[in-house]
Write a protein that binds this ligand. Structure first.
Ligand code: UD1
Ligand code: CA
Length: 455
């Protein structure tokens, strides 16, 4: 182990900035809470920090987003910047908490593509060279909106902000990414020396000026991938960041063994997990904490949200939300599985089947035009076309139970609460208003027992 790898417990703190007003988003939602690949922007930054050897992470929030952020990331302490007086002021608000750490990472909260490797590399370069300040930089084609680096002899002498850019500085193409490693002790004095700009804001980037005047050399860590510098100030940049993130996720998923027929029309959230040899057809959206097993065939055109799917499942164009699906299941096209649907192995759900908050047992078939709500359906049940569980009496929801081996005739209506006993049958068009004993036949409207144990 090299010396730089040995961290004492008080080596590193990090301050993530998330208190800006985000006015360029034109949104009621705080900027850092807008989502990229299903996760708030700030959580991408905090997740990257979490994977690095940093002893304490602090989030600077504002009075509007503090409660939401403390709820999403309860493990991370927040300090509130009451007025958005600029990035320099935001760091000052948090300084006291990091004061005892040797070095501090300062990171803007609107950098969703930053990776743990970049933060790690920046920290390593900073420690190894015993710098006072090391800042991440990159060269990009369109540096609009970024602070530009002025350099002399490989040392940064100034960061010129977009708002204060002269024509001559327009040509500078190396930009400030918005992540800095700084010796904490030095930072304290530098923050005290910051002066407000014409717009009343204290720019954190002015610490470069202060260091230059003290003849401190400032080095850059150049990003391996300029895309990591993509920031989100407005919704055009939000869409751009989403596109880059989607490309990264798609590539990773394909390398892990999933076939994607048309990657550009396939959208996958960051936390989605997919097993080997699963095929995603065009128009598939997989979001939230969705997990898909091995050898599945999904789409075209399927929208799957927070759902766990087993192996060898076939899903045609369908919407599936907050459900659990076993192995060897066939669904759709045109099914809607709503929250709390639990589908056991070998089930077959055909077109236009809606299921909500219900359990469907093994080998059961629900072929066409059916609504199953608040129900328990057993194994080896056959449910005919047009069957409806009437679960709502205008005030409350009630349960329907259909036991193993039952056969529900087409267009049956099951008025809940009601139970159809095992191996019973309902005739076509039956309106079942009372419990049906096992091994019985019920027909008519209202349904009458015609044969079997209930006769
Ligand atoms: C900042 C940098 C710029 C850099 C760019 C790229 C400054 C002065 N400029 O500009 O050099 O190229 O990021 O990432 O730092 N924030 C607060 N409190 C505030 C203001 C901002 O917490 O009072 C937070 C924001 O929520 C955001 C981060 O700081 O997460 C950066 O602020 P933002 O307004 O996006 O700075 P830029 O103008 O993009
Ligand atoms: Ca920004």
């Amino acid at each position: 182990m090299t010396e730089s790898n040995i961290h004492t417990t008080n080596d590193w703190a990090a301050i993530a900035l998330a208190a800006g007003s985000g006015s360029r988003m034109s949104s009621k939602l705080p900027k850092v809470l807008h989502q990229i690949a299903g996760i708030p922007i700030i959580c991408h930054v905090l997740d990257a920090l979490d994977q690095v050897d940093i002893n304490k992470v602090i989030l600077v929030t504002n009075p509007e987003n503090n409660n939401i952020l403390s709820e999403i990331k309860p493990e991370i302490p927040c300090v509130i910047q009451n007025t958005p007086l600029g990035t320099g002021n935001a760091v000052s608000v948090a300084y006291e908490i990091v004061g005892s750490f040797k070095n501090t990472i300062i990171i803007n909260g609107d950098l969703p593509l930053i990776t743990k490797e970049t933060i790690q590399n920046l920290m390593k370069q900073h420690s190894d060279s015993n710098n006072t300040i090391t800042l991440a930089s990159t060269i990009i084609d369109n540096p609009q909106g970024y602070g530009r680096l002025k350099k002399e002899n490989e040392t940064v002498t100034e960061i010129v902000e977009q708002s204060e850019l002269s024509e001559e500085n327009e040509k500078l193409s190396e930009v400030n990414v918005g992540i800095y490693a700084v010796k904490t002790e030095w930072l304290n004095d530098a923050l005290a020396s910051l002066k407000p700009h014409d717009n009343g804001e204290y720019f954190f980037t002015d610490i470069i000026d202060i260091a230059t005047r003290q003849k401190i050399a400032i080095h850059t860590y150049e990003l391996n991938d300029p895309n990591e510098a993509v920031q989100v100030n407005n919704r055009i940049e939000l869409a751009n960041a989403e596109q880059i993130m989607q490309n990264n996720i798609r590539e990773q998923i394909m390398l892990n063994g999933t076939t994607m027929v048309d990657p550009r029309s396939t959208f996958i959230d960051k936390n989605v997990v997919i097993g080997q040899d699963t095929i995603l057809e065009p128009g598939v959206h997989l979001s939230g904490n969705t997990e898909i097993g091995f050898g599945c065939h999904i789409g075209p055109n399927a929208n799957i949200v927070n759902t766990k799917i087993g192996d060898n499942v076939k899903i045609g164009a369908s919407t599936i939300e907050m459900s659990v699906i076993g192995n060897n299941v066939s669904i759709g096209p045109y099914c809607h599985l709503r929250e709390g649907s639990k589908i056991a192995d070998e089930v077959n759900l055909g077109n236009y089947v809606e299921i909500k908050h219900s359990t469907i047992g093994r080998h059961t078939k629900i072929g066409h035009f059916t609504y199953i709500g608040d129900s328990i359906v057993g194994e080896l049940v056959n449910i005919g076309a047009g069957t409806i569980t009437a679960n709502f009496d205008g005030k409350e929801k009630h349960q329907t139970v259909i036991e193993d081996g039952s056969f529900i005739g087409v267009n049956s209506v099951l008025i809940a609460p009601v139970r159809v006993g095992r191996k019973s049958k309902t005739g076509a068009g039956t309106i079942v208003t009372k419990d049906v004993p096992p091994e019985s036949l019920v027909v008519g409207a209202p349904g009458r027992i015609r044969s079997g144990k209930g006769e």
